[in-house]
Design a protein around this ligand. Structure first.
Ligand code: FES
Length: 183
């Protein structure tokens, strides 16, 4: 069922112009067409595009000689592999035991109240994609989360909104450069 869902979402996602040059380079660099290269190749492709675009997946399937069902069966097994473009920030919320008892579920509720997203979803403005993790390896600082490249420990669930708002208000380097150029 998961596989069918992943496949359906990938098919429904509107195709946008994708430069497939990096995908071709990644595929050309493979030592052979063996399936054992599938997961590392998916990771490399995701590192380029931040998700796994359908046109890139078509090239990958042809290269490794695998079916769509096989490919999306693997993808659906790994929550970190994304079949749709994520928001500007990936909010990885720890759902391990220590974080859960310290309020990770309340944080998830606050995120839903504000952005209407469940784990695996992206808000309509494409700012946050929520993911959960089993343990982020720092249980002493529960509840833990990683937002973009930043690690946050001992998050106060009641202050989740303020924390997220601080990211919403941040401008990317590209946006700052663009604004400076217009001044
Ligand atoms: S359970 Fe959350 S960091 Fe370990």
């Amino acid at each position: 069922m998961e596989t069918e869902n992943a496949q359906a979402v990938a098919e429904e996602a509107p195709e946008k112009e994708i430069d497939l040059t990096p995908t071709r380079e990644i595929l050309d660099s493979l030592p052979g067409p063996e399936r054992r290269y599938l997961i590392p190749t998916l990771q490399k492709i995701q590192n380029v595009y931040r998700y796994l675009p359908e046109p890139a997946m078509k090239l990958l399937m042809a290269k490794l000689g695998i079916s769509k069902a096989q490919l999306y069966g693997v993808i659906s097994f790994y929550p970190q592999l994304l079949i749709t473009e994520p928001g500007k920030y990936i909010f990885k919320l720890c759902y391990g035991t220590a974080c859960f008892v310290k309020g990770a579920n309340i944080i998830a509720e606050k995120i839903y109240e504000t952005y209407h997203i469940h784990p695996g979803e992206t808000d309509k403005d494409k700012i946050f994609t929520l993911q959960t993790a089993s343990c982020l390896g720092n249980c002493g600082a529960a509840p833990m989360a990683i937002i973009g490249d930043d690690t946050h420990g001992t998050i106060d669930p009641e202050q989740t909104f303020a924390l997220l708002k601080s990211y919403e208000d941040r401008k990317s380097e590209a946006e700052e450069v663009e604004e400076a150029a217009q001044e």
